[in-house]
Design a binder for this molecule. Structure first.
Ligand SMILES: [Zn+2]
Length: 328
């Protein structure tokens, strides 16, 4: 009987031992399960931080590279002997051969250096798709703030005298006029090179007739990197190059386009946030009858840019083009 008790006691002690051992193992496992993820978190935190820094540095380099890119050096611009009201009009020299050309003083850009970060920031405000019933309002805001901008215009949509006067007013008030196709119908102009040429000729003829000159700058409807063209955009880019026309995309989008229905505040914020990332910004806005929000946002944008000491300029022959897609 005593032997039985002894055996039971022994068995009990061994069980206790095993339980204690099991508890110890469980504790060690728990500690490992807590410490390992914690260490991993700390490691990842520092890793993400350093990657973010690297990304920011790369982004800065990238934007600088975009703004440093120049079109072909053979691009020749009209020189300074323009009439005062045409100074900002960036005329096409091939259509104005009587004007003296001076590539040395106007076609060559000083490359940006690291010091440029300390230089004044520049913003080019650009308005696509006009003239419209809002052109007068946009011009009024620009005048009130003594700011010159750039209008990439289309053909006279309504074939009316009232709209015809708008092209003239844009030029007379010292703004730059660029081309944005005659019809603005993607399906037509991007159908083939011939269709593109025909559309361009229409706009050039119309502008020659209306404002007495043909602009040297062009903005592709949808931008050079649009995904709607059936024809390779390089075909059109090369054609513009042949014609000594420089195309401008944008590196800041205000987001004011008709379908997006952004509030005035959102348009202002988009623009200011975009501008904060670049030394030189080309801001995409629209001159369209339904976009009263653009007009309202414009005044606020100009005020904020001025508060930050940013210079607002119209595109001219010295402006480095921002181009999303480059022809090879
Ligand atoms: Zn457009």
């Amino acid at each position: 009987m005593q032997e039985d008790q002894m055996l039971a006691f022994k068995a009990q002690r061994q069980r206790d031992k095993r339980i204690a051992q099991f508890k110890r193992n469980l504790l060690i496992l728990a500690v490992i399960a807590i410490i390992l993820p914690t260490l991993l978190c700390i490691y990842l935190f520092f890793k993400v931080n350093s990657l973010e820094d690297k990304l920011a540095a790369l982004y800065k380099e990238g934007t600088a590279a975009v703004s440093q890119k120049r079109t072909d050096d053979n691009t020749v611009y009209a020189s300074q002997d323009l009439k005062p009201d045409e100074v900002n009009a960036v005329e096409n020299p091939s259509l104005n051969e009587q004007k003296t050309l001076n590539q040395e003083t106007t076609g060559v850009q000083t490359p940006e250096t690291n010091d440029s970060k300390k230089e004044k920031k520049i913003v080019y405000l650009t308005f696509d798709d006009g003239p419209s019933s809002n052109t007068k309002n946009i011009l009024k805001v620009l005048k009130e703030h003594n700011v010159k901008a750039t209008f990439f215009v289309v053909g006279n949509k309504y074939n009316s005298e009232e709209f015809e006067a708008m092209y003239k007013q844009i030029v007379e008030e010292g703004h730059t006029i660029g081309m944005h196709s005659y019809s603005h119908q993607y399906s037509t102009i991007y159908q083939s090179l011939d269709a593109f040429k025909e559309d361009l000729n229409l706009l050039q003829d119309y502008l020659n007739k209306t404002i007495g000159m043909s602009p040297a700058i062009y903005r592709f409807p949808g931008g050079s990197s649009n995904k709607v063209s059936d024809t390779k955009m390089e075909v059109f880019i090369n054609y513009l190059k042949e014609k000594n026309l420089t195309y401008f995309d944008w590196n800041v989008s205000s987001g004011d386009a008709a379908g997006q229905n952004l509030s005035v505040e959102e348009i202002v914020n988009n623009t200011m946030e975009g501008v904060s990332k670049n030394q030189t910004s080309v801001v995409l806005m629209h001159d369209s009858e339904h976009l009263d929000s653009t007009v309202e946002a414009l005044g606020k944008i100009i005020e904020q840019l001025k508060e930050q000491g940013i210079e607002i300029l119209p595109i001219d022959q010295k402006t480095t083009p921002v181009q999303q897609l480059k022809a090879k």
